[in-house]
Design a protein around this ligand. Structure first.
Ligand SMILES: Nc1ncnc2c1ncn2[C@@H]1O[C@H](COP(=O)(O)OP(=O)(O)O)[C@@H](O)[C@H]1O
Ligand SMILES: [Mg+2]
Length: 571
């Protein structure tokens, strides 16, 4: 491809609103352009990269027996109502105003609706079906370019099995395919156990690319044996010790003390574990709301994903008016004493099991209570694992130390079970002629996000560093002077010869563009190998090759250049 015929609008400077490397570099290298919040146009170079990743995904899906589909984006409300997701998706779903249609944010419903009349006997199972297609999600905060968009390409796959063992097999095959995909995409990634969340299934794992710009926090052990999304991570930590005392409850004045930090400062204590943090949540029920108070140690945070696992997806923090109405106090002054008489059920984190001499809010603004004994004063408290795991703690078996790091979720695999097949009544007849519900799995990869995650892990101050299968072209051929006869002649000759040899070349054949600009553009675009044809070297009969990643330069005789390029471009 000649650069003079290829639309690659590179930019010298960073766009003002792009702070994340992949966002900056995708725009600067002419891969994408923003249209509106969370929506991007793919320019030729960007499209070429996304297509490469799609092709890697397609090959690995086909290798495990996947069948490719292409389903519509427009999807009837009625279908989503049957699984409850027309409501559950809330504002995240784009809804069409003048038709009873939504823009599909995922495709469990549609694929299941195809399975239902077609996969009717155990002989029709198992199946792995997938597609690579646009998804639409009305993300509240689109961010970091294509990392979180409102329109993005997802490979979504679904498995249909007749037995739970069959589901395990499909899931395991998918997990291996995902490993192959992300290895081929050159990503440094970790697989973590994940929250099954909105999908309501049993097992679930995420493929995570460690990166400071990621939105997830992952937990892993130093010995590499444990890894988990922080949403479901567990650890070992000594609980708060029960003291040999029986001090009476005592209310005390804490003017303007709103936070645990302020309370610790006011009391002059360092260890915040006995300052029980009390938070109130509302769990919407069929008839009435259930009010739940959660207690964790003062130096801990409540893990809302764990709350969802225990109480359901719809549990939410009480807002300030509700708090005042339910407890009689604002957020900084609430506590478990007399919670029951206010209709609140109290759940405490396992680290607080049977603890005493705790301090918490008095359900009266600017007052706290000390000497709270959970056995004596909150007798119907229940204990659950409700806290967020922290860096430096130990794994559950105490064998290793826990680290926490940020990561980008590029893929997610779920054992769905029967949630969708039951709701849509997708059944099959087993060998005995008995009707059973199909057992499903669901498996997603974000295409643009995978490319962006790669760039996050592979860039320097000059631009992107592509390598392996992740390269838009094999070679960037640069003619330093297209107005000079011998240089032009040599560059043109190499270009046609390389094409004939099947090397995918991007040829910078621009006239009247300074060498410095060509070098910068070339490093920015980041094709792994550059071949530079310039007057000075050519006078000695040489071509310069440059490895983008290391900056290493190699002078080769012009007659050996072709072979050397083919050799180097293959790596
Ligand atoms: N808003 C988005 N922009 C880009 N990619 C996304 C977006 N949402 C999801 N993805 C990609 O699609 C994959 C499957 O999505 P899913 O697990 O359903 O999303 P989520 O974890 O956000 O609920 C994710 O692992 C991610 O790679
Ligand atoms: Mg996910």
């Amino acid at each position: 491809m000649r650069l003079t015929q290829y639309f690659v609008p590179t930019l010298k400077d960073d766009p003002v609103d792009a702070v994340v490397a992949s966002h900056r570099l995708m725009i600067r290298s002419g891969m994408i352009r923003p249209l509106t919040s969370g929506v991007y146009s793919y320019l030729p170079l960007g499209l070429k990269m996304f297509r490469k990743v799609e092709e890697i995904i397609r090959q690995e899906m086909n290798a495990i027996g996947g069948n490719e589909f292409y389903l519509p984006v427009l999807s009837p409300n009625e279908l989503w109502a049957q699984t409850g997701r027309l409501e559950d998706y809330g504002d995240l779903m784009f809804r069409i105003k003048n038709r009873e249609l939504v823009l599909a944010p995922t495709h469990e419903e549609v694929f299941t609706s195809i399975a239902k009349p077609n996969l009717i006997s155990y002989k029709d199972l198992p199946k792995i079906w997938y597609q690579i297609q646009s998804k639409f999600r009305n993300e509240e905060r689109p961010r970091a370019g294509v990392l979180r968009g409102r329109q993005f390409t997802m490979k979504d796959a679904y498995s249909f099995d007749s037995t739970w063992e069959g589901l395990d097999k499909s899931y395991d095959a998918m997990a291996i395919a995902y490993r192959n995909i992300f290895n081929r995409c050159g990503l440094n990634f970790v697989i973590v156990s994940a929250h099954s969340g909105a999908m309501g299934g049993s097992a679930s794992e995420e493929f995570m690319v460690p990166s400071p710009v990621g939105e997830d926090n992952i937990v892993y052990s130093e010995d590499g044996k444990y890894s988990s999304n922080i949403e479901v991570a567990v650890s070992f930590k000594e609980g708060v010790k029960r003291l040999e005392s029986d001090l009476p409850l005592e209310e005390f004045h804490t003017p303007n003390i709103k936070s645990i930090e302020e309370l610790a400062g006011f009391l002059g204590i360092e260890d915040k574990s006995r300052l029980a943090k009390s938070r109130v949540f509302v769990n919407p029920g069929k008839e009435k709301n259930e009010i739940i108070m959660v207690l964790v140690c003062g130096d801990d945070e409540v893990n809302e994903s764990k709350l969802q696992n225990h109480f359901g997806l719809n549990i939410r923090p009480a807002h300030s008016e509700e708090l005042a109405e339910i407890t009689g106090a604002d957020a900084g002054s609430i506590g478990p004493i007399d919670a029951r008489s206010k209709g609140i059920k109290v759940f405490a984190d396992l680290l607080l099991k049977d603890a005493n001499e705790l301090i918490s809010g008095a359900n009266k603004n600017d007052y706290h209570i000390k000497n709270i004994d959970l056995i004596r004063d909150v007798p119907d408290v229940e204990y659950l694992d409700l806290r967020v795991v922290k860096e430096g703690e130990h794994t559950s078996d105490s064998s290793s130390v826990i680290r926490v790091t940020r990561a980008i979720e590029v893929g997610h695999i779920f054992k769905l079970g029967t949630k969708f097949s039951e709701a849509l009544n997708a059944t099959f007849l087993d060998a005995e002629g008995k009707e059973n519900v199909i057992i499903m799995g669901s498996y997603g990869i974000g295409v643009e996000r995978t490319v962006a995650a790669y760039i996050e892990q592979n860039n320097d101050e000059k631009g992107i560093i592509w390598s392996g299968e992740m390269k838009p072209f094999d070679l960037m051929l640069i003619s330093l002077n297209q107005s000079e006869g011998t240089v032009k002649e040599q560059a043109e000759k190499m270009y046609s010869e390389l094409l004939a040899k099947g090397v995918d070349v991007l040829f910078d054949d621009r006239q009247d563009v300074r060498p410095g600009v060509k070098f910068n553009d070339s490093d920015l675009i980041g094709i792994p190998l550059q071949a530079i044809v310039g007057e000075k070297n050519l006078a000695q009969g040489n071509i310069e090759l440059k490895i983008r990643k290391t900056g290493e330069r190699i002078l080769v005789n012009k007659d050996d250049a072709l072979n050397k390029i083919i050799e180097l471009a293959g790596t």
